[in-house]
Design a binder for this molecule. Sequence first.
Ligand SMILES: [Zn+2]
Length: 130
Amino acid sequence: MGTYISDRIRILVVRRAEHHCEYCQLHEEDSFLGFQVDHIISIKHGGKTDENNLAWSCFACNNNKGSDVGTVLLPDTRFVRLFNPRQDKWEEHFELIECVFYAKSDVGEATIKVLKLNDVERIMERQALL
Ligand SMILES: [Zn+2]
């Protein structure tokens, strides 16, 4: 087990995501950087290398997410978990208007923040793809 991801699981994850990042929705053909299999709940926090805990992710989302599973939305110090592509519906947490992400929930807001979905370079990348 551990972090080893078999070809079978990798193919399942990619097909299930239809080659899109399950966080920011970028298509892998539109990215110069390779996409990665993301552990939704990181191994550090007990997440398993199991198809129900895996998501297809662009480099930026995966890199910014790291081993995080949530954050606080200051000044509130309550823990807010990140979006879970296996359990949550994307449209219930995010809205993409003119290449900018808007949160429809605390989960969406936490994810936009931690994954830096509205970094200027990322907004510009989305605009360039239009
Ligand atoms: Zn992404």
